[in-house]
Design a binder for this molecule. Sequence first.
Ligand code: CUA
Length: 157
Amino acid sequence: MNVDFYEKIWMWGASGLLALFLATILFTAATQAVQPPGRLETVDPTKLLADPEFSKPGVTLRPDGSALVVVVAEDYDFSPDPIEVPANRPVTFRMTSADVLHGFQVIGTNANAMAVPGYVTEFTISFKPGTYAIGCNEYCGVMHHNMVGKLVATEAK
Ligand code: CUA
């Protein structure tokens, strides 16, 4: 079979790119802790009221000034609401859903995650002082558009 020289160049180029992308994934996974969502933490969405953590959604201040926020999303609100956190400090969210898939987006920030029934979503972020709206950005039912919350970040005194 005769493969044209220019065709060979494109084949080698495409193969090289594939190898480069694969190497990039392996490199970031091995050295920069970039992980696919396989390290899953599960929770029974039908037993959240009995769960030691998710039966009490709320904000806990840690001795180092950071905060832990346990959030439960449920048609059609977020608990707690409002979420009051210290500004300019690491805030770790741990959230889940009691019913269906919900979004959790703190408008104007990089806090944007999904609350998935059965799974625990965790991320850490910090906020500038201010009041932020929280929106659900996954369609979750007829009142999805009304599923909003509030986050208040205040400067620690
Ligand atoms: Cu919850 Cu849309």
